[in-house]
Design a protein around this ligand. Structure first.
Ligand code: NAP
Length: 408
């Protein structure tokens, strides 16, 4: 085997460009760690380069195009032909993980994707390499920096959702088309990947239920401040007994003692819970060209050094029903006698119990802001639907989950 490792680079955008420079800068260190000196064998962009020529000239393919087409075809062909592949592409892994694992088996090649989840934080390594020794119960966290920046900005300045989003775009924390970030799809793809690795189950994006932050109003954040809560878009993947899993993304309030409560701005943080380790929290920059390129280079070093292939996923995915959560509820009501009693009656009928309640405003501006104890979500939704039909309701009720868990 030649001492040179030829690296074919697909995509030279924000991450690809940073990777290109980093590889040149760190070539000595990579050679020292792996015994092989990396050299770029070719670069493909939308305007120049030929995939076939690059494939023929490469030992390793680094895919930094993004999206599923043509990345899926390129990555599959590279793996089948025995080239190790490193990618930062969460959509590709979350949607086509099984097919790619099969192509890697066929070609005897390795597929690595540390940069696909939480940028520079080595969560994939921790989750995957823990799996042999501990049984992971739950992986959860803040895996989208754009939404965390927007929510932090809304809480800090009282800005509306629209103006916080605009600011995120000006600062480069949000894309010109931020849809997949703000509607939760980006976080959902990352949670599908983490669930697949944590539970060894062939989870794909289809198994993830997700909501985004588009409906969050600055009111919700100012009431939350009064209640001492902070709002985050959380991804949660957990075992729910009898072999069932729950993988979801939703905005929720956290109490101040929660380890994720202080994670602000464009940062990401992921927690892993297992009986043997209780919980660990990893946090750091979740995106950025150079930060992500660092994770990509780490994977290149691993494949050149000859690591083990990524964990196998097998069996059928069983998604848990009857999930319970605590909720915050915001009701804009007419200010007249009997309103609170009627609301309490509907909540009581559905076994929803109230932990705290605050009344805000008077007359045409009256609102009830409540935090509920944990309840089966279907019971809460039934109560919400009945509340929404009451004549004294001035607008549709708004609810957001609350994480009650206390951490010491
Ligand atoms: N940016 C981040 O902070 C970040 C963080 C974590 C993960 N990621 C992931 O990293 C990957 C790359 O992201 P990025 O931000 O670097 O993207 P980007 O700036 O949009 O760059 C994409 C690159 O791919 C090339 N490309 C697009 N379509 C192509 C096609 N059909 N054939 C060949 N090349 C094509 C583009 O070519 P042109 O140069 O000709 O336009 C460009 O060089 C994505 O999977 C993304 O999700 C990014």
């Amino acid at each position: 085997m030649s001492n040179t490792a030829y690296v074919g680079l697909l995509g030279r955008g924000a991450v690809g460009d940073a990777f290109h420079d980093l590889l040149a800068d760190r070539a000595d260190a990579v050679e020292e760690a792996t015994g092989r000196r990396p050299e770029i064998s070719g670069v493909l962009t939308s305007k120049k380069g030929s995939f076939d020529e690059i494939l023929a000239a490469s030992d390793v393919i680094v895919e930094l195009i993004g999206g599923t087409d043509p990345a899926r075809d390129y990555v599959t062909r590279a793996l089948r032909s025995g080239r190790d592949v490193v990618t930062a592409n969460k959509q590709l892994i979350a949607q086509h993980g099984d097919e790619l694992a099969e192509a890697a088996r066929e070609g005897g090649a390795e597929l690595r994707f540390e940069a696909a989840v939480a940028g520079a934080i080595p969560v994939i390594r921790v989750v995957k390499e823990s799996l042999g020794t501990i049984e992971i119960e739950k992986v959860f966290g803040i895996v989208n920096g754009t939404t965390n920046y927007i929510l932090t900005e809304m809480a800090r300045t009282g800005a509306s959702y629209d103006s916080a989003l605009k600011r995120a775009q000006e600062l480069g924390y949000a894309e010109a088309d931020p849809t997949d970030d703000v509607n939760g799809a980006d976080a959902a793809a990352k949670m599908a990947i983490l669930a697949r690795l944590a539970f060894g189950s062939p989870v794909t994006l289809e198994h993830v239920e997700y909501e985004g932050i588009e409906e969050i109003s600055s009111d919700d954040l100012s009431y939350a401040k009064e209640l001492g809560l902070s709002l985050k878009l959380l991804g949660v993947a957990e075992r729910r007994g009898e072999g069932a899993l729950s993988i979801r993304v939703f905005p929720c309030f956290l109490y101040p003692g929660h380890p994720l409560a202080p994670v602000e701005g464009a940062f990401n943080a992921v927690m892993v819970e297992a009986p043997a380790i209780r919980e660990i929290t990893m946090s750091g920059p979740g995106a950025g060209g150079i930060e992500t390129a660092t994770a990509v280079l780490g994977d290149v070093v691993s494949v050149l050094a000859g690591g083990s292939p990524l964990g196998e996923a097998s069996g059928k995915v069983k998604i848990a029903k009857d999930i319970s959560s605590a909720f915050y509820l915001h009701l804009e009501v007419e200010d007249r006698p009997g309103v609170l009693a009627k609301v309490a009656e509907i909540l009581g009928e559905n076994e929803v119990s109230v932990r705290s309640v605050v009344q805000h405003g008077l007359g045409a501006d009256a609102r009830l802001v409540m935090v509920m104890h944990e309840v089966e979500e279907k019971r809460f939704k039934a109560a919400l639907s009945k509340l929404g039909k009451l004549k004294f309701m001035r607008s549709a009720p708004r609810s957001i989950r609350v994480i009650e868990e206390e951490f010491k």
